[in-house]
Design a protein around this ligand. Structure first.
Ligand SMILES: N[C@@H](CCC(=O)N[C@@H](CS)C(=O)NCC(=O)O)C(=O)O
Length: 204
């Protein structure tokens, strides 16, 4: 199967880390599809009307997106029930953590667009502040309510580690570790996993 994207996208990285964790990495070929914020990519649009990365193309040529669905698919294809158990309570807790982590990435990618890509004169200070306060709220919630779930390897902890990795990569100046020491401890341990090292951010 083919995974379209680039590891500097937190969503692509979480899919690749999942592939490694379920032992499917030899079957997943990363096909480079880098996007700038306003560029389209015809190859991607053939697979998904959204034109976003990541998209997975299965061995049968079926497109699967977005990252959350790809992660679930990889668990299914790899016969792995540990990363997203069937049990209702546990399953929906992990899916909620996954949504929180992806929301953190949404805000972080949004802040990157506001601070690095939006042309001067079109910037909107209130939106930048809103994104920063959303990042901060996500970090607070992870630090105070999700540490037990983060102590396990599951789709939520994978997504959280990749979202924090992207936050470090693009907005290191936010210096989140000072006020979130338990989350910082989680990140240091998770960043050392083989899957995170193999699917490293470019330049790391
Ligand atoms: N909800 C999507 C978000 C994917 C996403 O926003 N990807 C970004 C790259 S980090 C993208 O493709 N941006 C290009 C665009 O929005 O046109 C997912 O989880 O896969």
């Amino acid at each position: 199967m083919k995974l379209y994207g680039a590891l500097n996208s937190p969503y692509v990285r979480m899919c690749m880390v999942t592939a490694l964790e379920v032992g499917l990495d030899q079957r997943v070929e990363l096909v480079k599809a880098d996007l700038t914020f306003v560029q389209t990519n015809k190859q991607l649009e053939r697979l998904s009307a959204l034109g976003k990365i990541p998209v997975l193309e299965t061995d049968h040529g079926h497109p699967i997106f977005d990252s959350r669905v790809i992660m679930e698919y990889l668990c299914h294809a790899g016969g792995n029930k540990a990363l997203l158990p069937d049990d209702g309570v546990k399953r929906f807790r992990i899916l909620t953590l996954l949504a929180l982590a992806q929301g953190l990435s949404d805000a972080t990618v949004g802040l990157r667009i506001e601070t690095a890509a939006r042309p001067k004169g079109l910037q909107w200070a209130e939106l930048e502040e809103r994104l920063k306060s959303r990042i901060s709220a996500c970090l607070d919630e992870l630090e105070t309510q999700w540490l037990k779930d983060l102590s396990e390897i599951n789709l939520g902890s994978i997504a959280t580690a990749c979202s924090l990795g992207y936050l470090d990569f693009r907005h290191g100046w936010l210096d989140w570790r000072k006020s979130h020491s338990s989350l910082a401890h989680f990140a240091e341990n998770f960043y050392a996993r083989d899957s995170m090292i193999t699917a490293a951010l470019p330049g790391a």
